[in-house]
Design a protein around this ligand. Structure first.
Ligand SMILES: *[C@@H]1O[C@H](CO)[C@@H](O)[C@H](O)[C@H]1NC(C)=O
Ligand SMILES: *[C@@H]1O[C@H](CO)[C@@H](O)[C@H](O)[C@H]1NC(C)=O
Ligand SMILES: *[C@@H]1O[C@H](CO)[C@@H](O)[C@H](O)[C@H]1NC(C)=O
Ligand SMILES: CC(=O)N[C@H]1CO[C@H](CO)[C@@H](O)[C@@H]1O
Length: 678
């Protein structure tokens, strides 16, 4: 029987990939399958046919040095914990036999090797080798990442684009983002990430064994996304100076970042801030098959001393001071991953907070989570991991303090500000979903999407109340109009000094110098209410200072006879113009066929601007995004035509990012493109 030869494993790529919902990875030319579901492997025989009565097949599956050997049976076998393999004799082709291999739903994820050996009756054997990548399987009930709704599985595992929310709770700014999990080099970089991790370097065997558990996987990934403590992917920088790297606002997707990291031999990519860390983590988790979404928390507290109070300091003239080590970021972005928590009990199953932005060490390294969202809501701060930290991020109180000559002259307490709104992208639609109620029991006055300004006020004990309100959301190129309302609660005439102060402020910084101020004196009659004090800041006064930053506006009143103070503040962003993207023949976009689009920018600024345009889109524009310079424009329109060849069928996002060089703004836009199979 010397003529019996086994030639190569035909991994039946295309067919089984679509059944495993891994067909997006087709360009990786590897077999990518999910645990808990069988896949099919075909064998090429040369010489005599396979004889099921006398020949025996055995399969060895290897993950590093861990391995398991299974006999190939002739009847399907099911096991929750073991790999099994069988041959279907009813559709048996003796020249090209097929084997079905089933990984258990609890198998570790990673890159496996596979050896198939045939033994003949007289003791001869021949073997052949294959490779496969095994991922988690949210479609499989026995998998600990199982999520029971198809639209959610598609969004949280397969969607390769999305929106990240920035801005403020009353004026959300969606940033389009390309998660890129199916773009070239991304799958490989994600698997590399597991291998470069300190856990793997320290003890491969233990790491491989632990990789069956999404709690472990997500914690490893949360530490590896930032470059602190390890050879992680992204370096954070909050200095505002990014000259030896890329400004975090200019990334359009995760693909560039992960490829750059892998190609540089795993040196950190410069630079990221919270939404970049979170978006790259979301890509890695979706690639690994763990359902994941990016979440924004507005007015996110960073409570360094765990007293659940954040202090903010102002001068008597309304200037915000660099405060304590505690801080409030106007927004902070993290991710949630969906998994069961056998370590905590089924009540904690579901969404888990993971925060890859390096803020505080957890277990000695910069990582955070998984913290069950339910534990945060129910204040179960004894549960692992990092529940108290996340709890403070969404629940701390804010004390606004006026200081004068080292003395505290006034304290306002706000219990509603922190965690004003927590949101993510909705399933299947490019819009926001409010998930505040998952994190806390709220009586919030903020609304999602519809700008509605809450009234921030401060009053003298028994004396004067002051309110500060924007007349409407601030828009680029238009004056910022606001109204101050004062009520004299006492039955006597009061003379008041009024100080108004505006400062620009990055989303996570203490404000820069005052760029606009106004001072005056006014008189209030007994028990009088005034709400006609209208003020405005003109575009020429804020345009060049503010850009993508926020404005911190404050009013301080001082009773000239008693010296008592009252303060009201408002923080807001300026809605920037949008890029408009138009797709030619929008309803007949075909895969692999060249397609045209135009990006239009209308300049709302009071002077000419120019900038760099980047266009990207997972599944639409291969590899690198296109950079183009846009000519100077004065109040007018500029149009840029682009062409691309869609690579994948489905609903894909084309996105554009214009970094203006004359003002400190980045202008964005996106358009969903429905690509048909032709
Ligand atoms: C931030 O970037 C600046 C300029 O590129 C660089 O000089 C500085 O060292 C960076 N800071 C960190 C923490 O990497
Ligand atoms: C991804 O989200 C977009 C909306 O942002 C939607 O149009 C598309 O159908 C989603 N894709 C999948 C695979 O769920
Ligand atoms: C967001 O949800 C919270 C809690 O359910 C609610 O109080 C708040 O008004 C919502 N904001 C919206 C719908 O914009
Ligand atoms: C086990 C398994 O799912 N194999 C599938 C591979 O693809 C072929 C063709 O679609 C299916 O017939 C097999 O069932």
């Amino acid at each position: 029987f010397v003529e019996f030869k086994l030639y190569g494993v035909d991994l039946k790529l295309v067919e089984n990939l679509s059944r495993h919902r891994t067909d997006g990875f087709i360009s990786s030319k590897e077999l990518v399958v999910r645990r808990g579901a069988a896949f099919k492997v075909g064998l090429e025989l040369k010489g005599r046919p396979f004889n099921p009565n006398t020949d025996i097949l055995k399969i060895k599956i290897m993950l590093g040095r861990l391995y398991t050997i299974m006999p190939v049976s002739y009847r399907p076998k099911h096991s929750d914990s073991l790999w099994t393999a069988f041959m279907d004799l009813s559709s048996f082709n003796p020249q090209q036999p097929c084997v079905y291999i089933s990984p258990p739903a609890s198998a570790p994820v990673g890159r496996y090797k596979l050896v198939i050996c045939a033994f003949t009756k007289d003791g001869q054997s021949v073997c052949t080798l294959g490779k496969l990548t095994l991922l988690c399987n949210p479609w499989c009930k026995e998998d600990s990442v199982y999520i029971p709704f198809e639209d959610q599985r598609e969004e949280y595992v397969l969607n390769d684009s999305g929106l990240l929310f920035t801005g403020t709770a009353t004026n959300l700014v969606p940033r389009p983002w390309s998660f890129d999990q199916f773009e070239s080099g991304v799958l490989e970089a994600c698997l590399n990430l597991l291998e470069v991790s300190p856990q793997h370097q320290l003890n491969r065997r233990t790491d491989y064994l632990n990789r069956n558990d999404p709690v472990y996987l997500s914690r490893v990934v949360s530490a590896m996304i930032n470059s602190e403590d390890d050879r992680g992917v992204v370096k954070g920088n909050w200095t505002g100076d990014f000259k030896d790297g890329l400004n975090p606002s200019l990334w359009t997707g995760s693909g560039d970042i992960l490829r750059q990291w892998a190609q540089s031999g795993f040196s950190p990519v410069k630079y990221g801030q919270c939404w970049v860390f979170a978006a790259v983590m979301c890509t890695v988790m979706r690639v690994l098959g763990v359902p994941c979404r990016v979440v924004t928390n507005y007015n996110s507290a960073h409570d360094t001393n765990s007293n659940l109070v954040i202090e903010e300091y102002y001068t008597k003239t309304g200037q915000k001071l660099p405060g304590s080590k505690d801080s409030i970021w106007n927004f902070h972005v993290w991710v949630e991953c969906w998994m069961s928590r056998p370590d905590l009990g089924s009540a904690m199953d579901g969404w888990q907070v993971l925060d890859p932005t390096p803020q505080e060490r957890s277990g000695g390294v910069f990582c955070c989570g998984p913290a069950p969202v339910k534990a945060v809501r129910d204040r179960r701060i004894g549960l692992i991991y990092d529940v108290p930290f996340v709890y403070a991020e969404v629940n701390a109180d804010v004390h606004t303090i006026i200081v004068s000559q080292g003395q505290v002259v006034r304290v306002n307490k706000d219990t509603e500000k922190v965690g004003a709104l927590i949101c993510t992208k909705a399933v299947g639609f490019p819009r926001v979903q409010n998930i505040t109620g998952d994190y806390k029991v709220v009586r919030s006055m903020y609304t999602c999407g519809i700008p509605q300004s809450p009234e921030h006020h401060g009053g003298l004990q028994g004396g004067i109340l002051v309110f500060l309100n924007l007349d409407k959301p601030a828009v680029s190129g238009e004056p910022i109009r606001f109204t101050i309302k004062i009520i004299n609660k006492q039955n006597k005439v009061k003379r008041l000094k009024m100080h108004l102060n505006a400062q620009a402020k990055e989303y996570n910084h203490t404000p820069s110098d005052t760029f606009w101020e106004s001072h005056g004196v006014l008189q209030m009659g007994p028990a009088e209410g005034k709400d006609l004090i209208q003020q405005q800041i003109l575009p020429t006064q804020y345009e060049d200072v503010v850009g993508d930053d926020l404005i911190n506006l404050a009013v301080v009143l001082e009773d000239m006879s008693s010296q008592e103070q009252a303060l009201a503040t408002e923080e807001f962003n300026i809605a920037s113009p949008q890029l408009i993207i138009k797709i030619a023949n929008e309803n007949s976009v075909m895969v692999h066929r060249e397609q045209m689009a135009t990006v239009t920018f209308t300049n709302p600024f009071s002077h000419p601007v120019s900038g760099i345009l980047v266009v990207a889109g997972a599944g639409l524009i291969q590899d690198k995004v296109t950079f183009r310079s846009v000519p100077k424009i004065t109040g007018g329109k500029v149009q840029q035509a682009i062409s691309f060849i869609p690579r994948m069928v489905g609903s894909k996002m084309l996105l554009a990012n214009l970094m203006l060089t004359d003002v400190r703004s980045t202008v964005r836009g996106f358009k969903m493109v429905s690509v048909k199979s032709g």
